[in-house]
Every structure is written in structure tokens, then in C-alpha cells.
Ligand binder design. Structure first.
Ligand SMILES: [Zn+2]
Ligand SMILES: [Zn+2]
Length: 238
């Protein structure tokens, strides 16, 4: 049908947005920085979604990200545009991420507080399996042609948005605080708040990434709703 492409586009955009919310709320604010806690069912849903849409292994993501905070823009930072050049990170962030994620020493050193459960061992550590199941679900929903294209589109968009945060988020934009990272308001709108990266490096353990009225952190209202429903717990300001 002639609207099939539109349906595929809408599904892909919705999936990327959901991936952005799961990345910032679950992987980043909850697991990597312990800025909030999540109800186990909510955490499981986010883990499952990320597995199907991105094949991301939470422990690896947390390890690479904590190492980035440890060595920000110094030797040892897995994806610094200052060290490697902005274009290299914008185009090759996925490669730099995968290279560091494949380093078992990085993973064991930076995730000592995390334990693998049965689901990790059986499913979530198998990123390629997750991507394979994700593609099958897209194909079942949208047909082989638009399903395949839609899945590829959401994957490439997610990879690109991650590269923008890791690359441009340390090179382009404005600063509220004196650190290496930068804020990009418009990027924050489409990355569930992650574009407010300068604020984040100033307060890594804050569950909220915006600090000014003109800055919008789309994940924050959702976190407040989850907290109101007792599905999330907020770390008191330190
Ligand atoms: Zn950073
Ligand atoms: Zn962080």
C-alpha cells in the first residue's frame, strides 16, 4: 500500500525515541550513575527493549561510559573528539564503543557493582540474537521490505544520535559549567535529555539533566511520573 513507508517511518521513529528514553533512564541514570532506582519490571522492560532494538549489553555500556567519565577527554577516554577529532567520533563512535566494550578488563574493572542474572546469561549478553529477534518482529509487523528498512533506519539513527552526544557533546554547544562537555538544547529534545551533556558532567549523579528554564529534559517528567507511581526512586541531592 502507498502508506506503508509512512507506517514504517513512524514505527522506526517511535522505536528510536523509546530506545533514547531507555538508554538515558535505565542504562545511563540508573545503572551507570545510580541517580535513580527502577522497579524491577520497568527495568526489565527497558533491558528487553534495548536488547531487541540495539543489541546493547548493559554491563558493557555502563563500563565504557564510566571509563569515559573517569578519563574525560584525556588519554584513556574511549570516545573523545578532543583526542581523536570530531568527525572520527561522529562517523565512527560505534566502532570506538565496540572496541572498548570488547575489552574484558574495562568491563570487569568498571562494573564490579553489577551482577549478571539468568536473563543476562541466557539472552541479554547475546546482542546479535537480540538484533535478530528485533528484525523478525519488524518484518512480522511491516513486511519483509519495509520491516527490514525500518529496522535499519532505527538502528542507524540510534547509532548517529549516540555519536552526536559523544562527539558534538564534547565539541559544539554552550556551557553552564566549567567542564569539557557541552549542552545542545535541540539535541536534548530528540535524545530524551542527553544533549544537556555539560550539565550532566557537572552533576553526574543527578537524575535530572536540565538546570535552566530554557533547557528541556524530556525524560525528567517521565521519571517524575514513575516516581509518583512508586516505580522509580530518586537519589536525594548530594
Ligand atoms: Zn561526556
Ligand atoms: Zn554519564
Amino acid at each position: 500500500m502507498h502508506t506503508d513507508w509512512l507506517r514504517a517511518l513512524l514505527v522506526a521513529v517511535a522505536v528510536v525515541q523509546l530506545s533514547s528514553f531507555c538508554t538515558t533512564i535505565y542504562l545511563h541514570r540508573c545503572l551507570a550513575h545510580r541517580a535513580l532506582t527502577l522497579n524491577p519490571l520497568v527495568a526489565f522492560f527497558m533491558r528487553l527493549h534495548l536488547w531487541l532494538a540495539t543489541g546493547m549489553v548493559p554491563r558493557e555500556w555502563v563500563a565504557v561510559h564510566r571509563k569515559h567519565h573517569h578519563f574525560t577527554d584525556r588519554e584513556g577516554d574511549p570516545h573523545s573528539p578532543i583526542l581523536k577529532g570530531l568527525w572520527k567520533i561522529l562517523l565512527g563512535n560505534a566502532f570506538y564503543y565496540a572496541r572498548e566494550a570488547a575489552n574484558p578488563e574495562t568491563v570487569s574493572r568498571y562494573t564490579k557493582d553489577m551482577e549478571d542474572d539468568w536473563f543476562d546469561r541466557a539472552l541479554f549478553h547475546r546482542g546479535l540474537l537480540g538484533l535478530g529477534v528485533g528484525i523478525v518482529l519488524f518484518v512480522l509487523l511491516l513486511g519483509p521490505w519495509w520491516g527490514g528498512l525500518g529496522f535499519a533506519f532505527q538502528a542507524v539513527t540510534y547509532i548517529f544520535l549516540s555519536a552526536v552526544i559523544n562527539g558534538a557533546g564534547h565539541a559544539i554547544g554552550y556551557k553552564n559549567y566549567d567542564n569539557e562537555a557541552t549542552n545542545m538544547r535541540l539535541v536534548a529534545w530528540i535524545t530524551a535529555g542527553e544533549g544537556l551533556h555539560n550539565n550532566h558532567h557537572a552533576f553526574p549523579s543527578s537524575p535530572k539533566l536540565s538546570v535552566k528554564w530554557s533547557e528541556i529534559d524530556p525524560a525528567w517528567p517521565l521519571i517524575r511520573v514513575l516516581a509518583g507511581l512508586r516505580l522509580a526512586g530518586l537519589r536525594p541531592p548530594s
